[in-house]
Design a binder for this molecule. Sequence first.
Ligand SMILES: *[C@@H]1O[C@H](CO)[C@@H](O)[C@H](O)[C@H]1NC(C)=O
Length: 145
Amino acid sequence: MNHFSFLVIFLIIFHISQAPALACNEEVVIIRFKYKVHIINGFTSNENPLIAHCKSKDNDIGEHVLWMNNEFKFEFKKNIFGTTRFWCDMRHGSVQKTIDVFRVGHESYESVYCHYTGNCFWSTREDGFYFSNDNESWLKRYEWY
Ligand SMILES: *[C@@H]1O[C@H](CO)[C@@H](O)[C@H](O)[C@H]1NC(C)=O
């Protein structure tokens, strides 16, 4: 068995073993390479903008200034080595936090759920960071502190 077929089998087993709580397509896409990450300002006041600066090891998406309800998105292709990771530095007024928005690996709940729809939505709110893969059902994933 060559490395590639081993990887394919691993990915199939890995994805089947994750029980989805968020949106899960009827037709499960076994292998997906293209993903979109959406960053949303979900704050309920426009006193301060959300300043989001997302990057990976090889890509700098740049700084985005988002006012209430605004979103920006970026697309990327997952590498076949299973090392793809994007993180964003988020600032709002006096609070700041860096969170992983997409990370392949055992611990990464997000990349597993993003897999079903090809989308990772992150809504940044007063009480923390909420994740969704369909822009409808949200789960709180991180606090600001
Ligand atoms: C996500 O949902 C919001 C609120 O319903 C909507 O305004 C926005 O366009 C949606 N974004 C995408 C990418 O579907």
